[in-house]
Ligand binder design. Sequence first.
Ligand SMILES: Cc1ncc(COP(=O)(O)O)c(C=O)c1O
Length: 431
Amino acid sequence: MCAVPTDLSTSTSSDTDLAAEERALASEYAALQERGLKLDLTRGKPSPEQLDLSNGLEKALDGADLASGGADARNYGGLDGLPAARRLGADLLGVDAAEVIAGGNASLTFMYQYLLNAWLNGPLGPETAWRRETAQPRFLCVVPGYDRHFTITESLGFEMLNVRMLDSGPDMDEVERLVAGDSSIKGIWCVPKYQNPTGHTFTDDTVRRLARLGSIAGPNFRIMWDNAYAVHDLYDDPPVLLDLMECCRAEGTADSAVMFASTSKITRAGAGVAFMAASPGNLAQFRKHLGVQTIGPDKVNQLRHVNFLRDIDGIRALMRRHAAIMRPKFERVLSFLDAGLAGRAQWTRPRGGYFISVDVAPGTAREVVRLAAGAGVKLTPAGATFPYGRDPDDANIRLAPSYATLDEIDQAMPVFVIAVRLAAVRRRQHR
Ligand SMILES: Cc1ncc(COP(=O)(O)O)c(C=O)c1O
């Protein structure tokens, strides 16, 4: 995302002009309040219409032999998941099936488990345990970013360091500078395709530089590569993400890449299949930890998904149907931003994923969220896209167009636009 501008006003205005603008906006805002809206743009969830696309899951086991396919799906065991499910995950993540574990319903659980295991037991065995290396581990957090990543590292006691998300991906100059000078930095959170919330995809150069981090930071550094939006394209000419695992192999740093994905936003949110991919050494150590917690994943659900999705072509066909529902919503939100906020805020134009990131006038994001709520439109809390909920510029707001209907977007976006403008003009008045 572009650097936050210091002043988003289009022109310098006199006190009288500002007062007139404030009065006009305040009266528009009051009129919107009278509509008694009750709308929500916070939810990065698939809409019911999208979930309906996977209702075929219900019938995907009709007549199926649950005991075929390499393991009896009805019974205990198979810690790595069904072979066919692992192949599906391998296609999603662009790796080899042998590098994949197919798990339960949430990739976030894998991420939490991986980091906990690395801290307690070591990413590659007890002698590599992070707790032996430092009393105060640190983690790089790309901002704006995904709040649940930050909650994981916060809950495990990591100190989180912000690194700016640029249009090309994380600010790699800053990442390299930080890891070179601080061995307590144990990893970095990345959402490489259609990043949450900017929607940007990491460039080839960024991926190559990330692959080199293992040589700079040491063998126990980990890139948490959360490819949650790997196939969530809105258009037919998607950006192509360079293969991190291959780049790491070329650099001799394959242990540094730990990859995640799930079918949460392909089939059912929180009721799909999660995947984790990593080097043989990482997986061997992780399995020991995983095997303490479970005898094996829900293989019946995995089989249901394999029968329903079949392969990567089946996934892509389904994702085109998702895109047909999502694209008009993204475009509608963008058309309101273009019409109402040009020169007054900055926003991204994602080609996929689930979010649009808006930078409003610095120092006003919290006020924008408060004003919008006052007119019945709930927005993601300002600061949520930063570790500890603290946006140093108080500027970033994440919009989630997926769950609202087009009609709801048409009602909610004028409120957002007026809230952004009103908060900005009031701030300029009080400067
Ligand atoms: C970047 C990212 N990762 C992971 C998730 C959640 O994935 P899962 O449902 O597999 O835990 C989300 C959900 O919004 C997300 O945006």
